[in-house]
Design a protein around this ligand. Structure first.
Ligand SMILES: [Zn+2]
Length: 437
């Protein structure tokens, strides 16, 4: 349909399909397609330029299509909810965010890494300070939105309170209150992809990446294949949240001890305490390490990525749990990855290639204590040129009994462990609980 639609003078195609009227407009409206190039008034983006001014703002507005200089729109997967809100008449399409008093509580950067188009390809380093650095464009009427927000919080976790009660942690009134609240700076980051850079990370051509993104999203973003002039994509995926313990500026100082964990989302364990994996115990252990690090005069970081179930999603994850526990011989570590691959086609879809970007954004050049056993994360971080001192494994007593299968399988597959790696015979021993237990 879009290929045959006539282009108007402004370069966008106009069709008069039978589109239901929105509750806000009594008559059926024309759809303005964004998939035809020519005649656009979007500001140029020079990815990796040294200053915000040279780089140019990311404009993903849906209001004035002529101003757009990216593919996709803001808020990641939540753009769909925004569409629902407009469809339901709860949100006016023309609403513009009032950014009064929303400025970051802490200034991050700019750092030299921001001016390297190969170091950061999956977020906008200037995303937190658009109101400041693009004030002229905002005043000129461009609808520019922050893709990063920085605020303060107190985080209160039962595991931290338990560590206080057992004497592993001590309150200092600065990083940890006597009531067990950790005082943090937290940062929300939405994905902003520079397609040529993302393609390079994955070792494919930009054309191939664009085509597959177009096809595998069911043709959701035609500009991927029709607008090669647009190099930036706002993908409909979850972003990242950073929790910083101590002074965020210290993250960029290699002389200040940095304790860090990069953690991938696991709703079942992280939030609900499901005991089939080690995700929450590892997360809370890392937070304990970060608090101790800050109290030693260092700084701590937990970078949390929305990549549920190895980025396979929870439905796939739960199907795999059933397949593991129902297989002949029960839930064993030697079949752990095979069962995932049977259902999902791959063992893991998290692909840590883009993960170090956020570390570059924070100016990090050295992680003194990496609280992770994942060889994939370690390889991605060191491969990105960030030095890693010691790797901190999860203490055995924090591993739930049912998660022993996962832990043994991962250690045999190359996860870091200071102890013995389980052998083939060990991996065959069923250790996971059955479904009806
Ligand atoms: Zn988990």
């Amino acid at each position: 349909m879009s290929e045959d639609a006539p282009s108007n003078a402004a370069g966008s195609a106009t069709i008069t399909a039978a589109v239901p009227a929105s509750p806000n407009s009594p008559q059926p409206r024309h759809i303005r397609l964004t998939s035809h190039s020519g005649g656009f008034g979007g500001l140029p983006i020079q990815w990796g330029a040294a200053t915000a001014r040279e780089r140019g703002p990311v404009v993903g507005t849906t209001l004035n299509i002529g101003n757009r200089n990216v593919i996709g729109t803001h808020s990641g997967s939540y753009s769909v909810y925004r569409a629902l809100a407009v469809a339901a008449g709860a949100l006016k399409r023309e609403h513009r965010a009032d950014l009064t008093n929303t400025a970051p509580t802490d200034i991050i950067g700019p750092y030299p890494q921001w001016a390297d188009p190969a170091k950061i390809v999956s977020l906008d380093p200037w995303g937190a300070v658009i109101a400041d650095v693009y004030s002229n464009e905002l005043a000129a009427g461009y609808d520019i939105r922050p893709t990063i927000a920085v605020t303060k919080a107190h985080v209160i976790l039962p595991e931290v309170i338990e560590a206080l009660q057992k004497g592993r942690l001590k309150p200092d009134g600065r990083f940890l209150t006597s009531g067990g609240a950790a005082v943090v700076t937290k940062v929300a980051v939405e994905p902003v992809w520079y397609l040529p850079g993302v393609a390079r990370r994955f070792g494919c051509t930009e054309a191939a990446l664009r085509r597959v993104l177009f096809e595998e999203t069911g043709g959701m973003y035609p500009e991927l294949v029709t607008r090669s002039d647009l190099e930036v994509f706002l993908p409909p995926i979850g972003g990242q949240t950073l929790y910083i313990f101590g002074n965020p500026r210290d993250l960029a100082n290699p002389d200040v001890e940095l304790t860090a964990r990069v953690h991938d989302e696991c709703n079942g364990s992280d939030v609900f305490g499901s005991d089939i994996c080690t995700c929450r115990p590892y997360l809370t252990h890392a937070i304990e390490e970060c608090i101790q690090g800050a109290q030693r005069g260092g700084v701590g970081l937990v970078a949390y990525s929305r990549k549920e179930g190895r980025a396979l999603g929870e439905v796939t994850k739960f199907l795999v749990y059933n397949a593991r526990k129902r297989q002949v011989g029960g839930d064993t570590a030697d079949q752990y990855f095979a069962r995932t691959e049977c259902v999902a086609g791959v063992q893991d879809m998290r692909f840590q290639e883009l993960m170090p970007d956020v570390l570059h954004w924070l100016g990090i050049t050295k992680i003194h204590r990496l609280v992770s056993m994942s060889n994939m994360k370690y390889d991605a971080i060191t491969g990105a040129g960030i030095e890693v001192g010691v790797r901190v494994n999860i203490p055995d007593e924090l591993i739930p009994a049912d998660a022993r299968v996962e832990m043994d399988a991962k250690m045999a597959a190359g996860y870091f462990t200071p102890g013995a790696v389980p052998d083939a015979e060990e991996l065959k021993l069923a250790k996971g609980r059955a479904l009806n237990e």
